[in-house]
Design a protein around this ligand. Structure first.
Ligand SMILES: Nc1ncnc2c1ncn2[C@@H]1O[C@H](COP(=O)(O)OP(=O)(O)O)[C@@H](O)[C@H]1O
Ligand SMILES: [Mg+2]
Length: 173
């Protein structure tokens, strides 16, 4: 019988870099997307200067690099400033507002009881932390349509207006 776990022949595989086929793979650069990445970055830039920025809606065919570009922009943002925190959420995996808030609390390292808090209380804790630590959050909602399928439009409305109404999107040095 063939050796099922023999790795000696792996080098002859027709796939040279299997990790590139994984769903969470992020290449080190996005090819032919300079303009798109500059446009994304320029809409985020005001946040670095302590100003609010407009919500950015990115759409396009599957597999054209939307997720990749956002992740690469987020990586560069993390390297440039500690005052604007990118939080990436795949809304297929987290299709409720609590799920999105949970991702934010994870990134902010907020210690909250996993049970017992209402979503609005969690949101309030997030805003409190942002005000106290003078932080802005760049919330990246990937696969946003799944929030709509799950009837989370009210959440989308609230979160998109959080900065304007609650003073959470701006920060001071
Ligand atoms: N411009 C690009 N340069 C390099 N790799 C890319 C590019 N666009 C897509 N890919 C690769 O194709 C796959 C799908 O891209 P993804 O960013 O998930 O597309 P989308 O979010 O638009 O559906 C990813 O593994 C990514 O590495
Ligand atoms: Mg995508």
């Amino acid at each position: 019988m063939a050796k099922l776990f023999d790795t000696a022949n792996d080098a002859n595989s027709i796939i040279s870099r299997e990790e590139a086929l994984r769903p969470d793979y992020v290449p080190t650069e996005a090819l032919h997307r300079t303009n798109e990445m500059e446009t994304i970055a320029s809409s985020i830039k005001p946040m670095i200067g302590g100003q609010s920025c407009s919500n950015l809606f990115i759409c396009g065919p599957t597999g054209t690099g939307k997720t990749t570009c956002m992740k690469l922009v987020a990586n560069q943002l993390r390297e440039s400033t500690s005052k604007v925190i990118p939080v990436y959420v795949n809304c297929w995996e987290r299709p409720t507002k609590m799920g999105v808030y949970f991702e934010i609390t994870e990134v902010l390292k907020l210690l909250l009881p996993r049970r017992g808090l209402a979503a609005d209380e969690v949101f309030e804790k997030i805003l409190e932390t942002m005000r106290r630590e003078n932080l802005a959050i760049l919330l990246i909602l990937d696969e946003l349509d799944s929030l709509v399928y799950k009837k989370q439009e009210a959440f989308l409305y609230n979160v998109s207006r959080a900065g304007a109404e609650r003073g959470a999107r701006t920060y001071r040095w």
